[in-house]
Design a protein around this ligand. Structure first.
Ligand code: ADP
Length: 518
């Protein structure tokens, strides 16, 4: 009886201890500034990361707000007009904007409506417009105008990627008056840097030429000394820089992965850390996934997991006309861009078919040559029912494929973190990945004797060559066919991995506290 009373008391005591901890540490006001927020505005991993991290920080008790552009494809009935009008200067003209607010995915979300004559966010897509540079420079400046209007102190302005990196130099220049205590830049992908001309800065009343210096925003490529590099601006002026995995944080300090910014990153390396991404449990949980015909999860028995995966396969078989009983099912869900190793995906496709498996590719390319090449490949395999190539962005189909596959390949040449291998494991699908960046931090080879067996969860290869991916696919298939017990125990292990935002968000909160103190 007494012990039961103590147990009952322990509940509230724990809550009180947590509250005390939060109060001792002091509540923080954190603003995320980004181009994406999943699922309402998602082009890839960035949107998922912003949502997952902001939600977990909110759960931890911090005051967290997210600002993104109000793309006209966003349709949220609960939107409230927060600020009916505020101005932002560009090219000598004051343009009108409005701020809309709502709560989405457990986060406080602001959508900035730019009533700009160029219709900056009245497009059907997030990126890939010719005027991406002025669009996002404008968004960044207008967001700071909104924060100036609010006048509320901000502990950390967390900026994501090149689209909003200019906020860091802007806060040292036109927006010095803003009560922002610290700026954190997260680099989700160093390849995209936002290169432009000095007059793009002049257009928003910065003195563009004054930033054309090696220690400022001048692009590092000797070929383009007149070029401004927006991401470099974030690296130079932010108080701290993170990237999305510890291995990628090391890789980007080298010329091979640095896209010419490695020199700047080495100069600022004291500010740089790698924090591994989590995945959003609201988006990715096979136990609650409405797309799956039969739910399954960590708590399920192995036989229930295998049977639910089989049901997902049957459902896809019917939907896509794939032949029954051709195993393994291997696939990729990806943007088809050079980073992701499209030539290695092609090599994996042909090899899987040679091994009498089925291959499912869900991915489209913003690069016409790559898209045409894969279209030709689809025609080549048109009569082969074991090959399914689909070039749309289809969220529901992605969920079903993650559940149905035996193996997911991620043969990237570089990979800052990569979410698909983490999602795959959550769905009991084993990853076959190249040993780079976040792939190396999340996947541990099943046959590597130097890795404790309790950690082994997939397959890795080093060299980005067709023969390396062939051999690795062979290893995976052999394990599946010749050692079901080990294969199934690896599935069990993969599904158990804690890929939530809990640990990463704690690291971010700790980092905010460190930079606010300075
Ligand atoms: P990146 O951000 O470089 O594109 P990530 O692996 O970090 O790569 O994240 C990709 C995200 O986009 C994953 O959630 C993946 O499921 C999703 N995705 C990629 N291509 C498609 C597609 N064609 N259809 C649906 N989802 C896709």
């Amino acid at each position: 009886m007494l012990s039961r009373q103590i147990n009952i008391l322990q509940g509230p005591r724990k809550v009180l201890q947590k509250l005390k901890k939060i109060l001792d540490a002091g509540l923080m006001r954190i603003i995320h500034l980004a181009a994406e927020f999943a699922p309402i505005a998602k082009a890839g991993g960035l949107g998922e990361v912003v949502t997952g991290l902001a939600r977990e920080e909110t759960r931890a008790g911090e005051t967290v707000e997210v600002i993104i552009p109000k793309y006209d494809f966003i349709n949220i009935p609960s939107l409230q007009l927060e600020v009916p009008e505020f101005k932002c200067l560009q090219s000598g003209q004051l343009h009108s904007n409005a701020m809309w607010s709502t709560t989405q995915e457990g986060c406080s979300l602001h959508l900035l409506e730019a009533r700009h004559p160029a219709g900056y966010f009245h497009r059907s897509k997030i990126y890939g417009c010719e005027d991406d540079i002025p669009r996002f420079i404008y968004f960044t400046k207008a967001a700071l105008e909104y924060l100036s209007l609010k006048k509320e102190p901000i502990d950390t302005l967390h900026i994501h990627d090149w689209h909003v990196a200019l906020a860091a130099p802007l806060l040292k220049d036109l927006f010095k008056h803003l009560p922002v205590k610290s700026v954190l830049l997260t680099i989700h992908n160093l390849e995209h840097q936002g290169k432009c001309a000095a007059w793009d800065l002049d257009a928003i009343n910065l003195n563009g030429t004054s930033y054309l210096a090696p220690a400022k925003l001048q692009d590092n490529s000797p070929l383009y000394p007149q070029t401004i590099n927006l991401l470099k601006g974030g690296i130079v002026y932010a108080d701290a820089i993170t990237t999305v995995s510890p291995t990628y944080a090391k890789e980007i300090l080298t010329p091979a992965y640095g896209f010419t910014l490695d020199t700047t990153l080495r100069q600022h390396m004291k500010k740089l850390t790698g924090i591994l991404n989590g995945i959003d449990p609201n988006l990715w949980d096979p136990a609650k996934d409405p797309v799956l015909p039969k739910p399954y999860g960590r708590e399920s028995s192995l036989s229930a997991i295998l049977s639910a995966k089989e049901t997902a396969r049957e459902s896809l078989q019917k939907k896509l006309g794939l032949p029954a009983n051709k195993r393994p099912w291997i696939g990729a869900i990806t943007r088809l861009v050079p980073q992701k190793g499209p030539e290695l995906i092609e090599a994996a496709l042909s090899h899987t078919l040679e091994r009498d498996g089925a291959f499912l590719l869900l991915g489209s390319s913003p690069i016409p040559d790559i898209q045409t090449h894969f279209q030709t490949l689809k025609e080549k395999y048109a009569s082969n029912k074991q090959a399914f190539l689909h070039f749309e962005y289809d969220e529901n189909l992605a969920h079903l494929i993650f559940a149905a596959l035996d193996f997911l390949i991620v043969p990237s040449h570089f990979e800052p973190c990569g979410l698909t291998q983490i999602i795959a494991m959550r769905y009991g699908t084993l990853p076959i990945v190249r040993a780079t960046g976040g792939l190396k931090d999340t996947v541990f080879d099943c046959e590597d004797p130097t890795i404790p067996s309790a950690k082994r969860n997939g397959f890795l290869f080093e060299k980005p060559t067709p023969s390396a991916i062939h051999q690795t696919i062979d290893r995976a298939i052999n394990l599946m066919h010749s050692d079901q017990a080990t294969f199934q125990s690896v599935i069990r292990r993969a599904i158990q991995i804690d890929s939530s935002w809990k640990a990463p968000s704690r690291e971010y909160l700790q980092l905010y506290r460190e930079i606010i103190k300075k």
